[in-house]
Ligand binder design. Structure first.
Ligand code: NI
Length: 135
């Protein structure tokens, strides 16, 4: 069923920092939601470009030659092959990711934060809709 996704609800289902959850599929791309706390690890993706859209909090994207700070309502695209290190500014940052479904969160690195199989957020709207428009 085609349905809307509420971002506040989606982020409410994310319980672990740095563990993205799938919020939708667009052909070979995926929309993911992820909570950032502190700093990640240096990595790159040999093939995939990644879009980071900041929904809440602030993001510092560190590159080898400079840092870019990304505010809510802004996004940054990290091209494939470019080393990057995302970092939350402040306590926590909520980020919507748009990237190919082959993208591994830690890229060319393997560590304790590597997640090979992502969970999908529950579509709460579907449950409501089964009762019909007059429920
Ligand atoms: Ni990355």
């Amino acid at each position: 069923m085609i349905d809307n996704v509420n971002l506040a609800d989606a982020f409410g289902q994310v319980s672990e920092a740095w563990r993205p959850m799938i919020a939708g599929d667009i052909n070979d791309f995926q929309v993911k939601v992820v909570k950032l706390v502190g700093a990640f690890h240096w990595h790159k993706h040999d093939i995939e470009d990644e879009l980071f859209l900041v929904v809440a909090g602030r993001l510092r994207m560190r590159f080898r030659d400079r840092n870019v700070e990304v505010d809510p309502g802004e996004f940054i695209i990290v091209p494939h092959g470019v080393e990057h290190l995302p970092e939350a500014i402040g306590a926590e940052c909520h980020v919507l990711l748009l990237e190919p479904n082959t993208t591994l969160n830690t890229g060319d690195q393997r560590n304790a934060r590597t997640v090979h199989c992502l969970d999908t957020i529950a579509a709460r709207g579907r449950t409501l809709n089964t009762k019909g428009p007059n429920a």
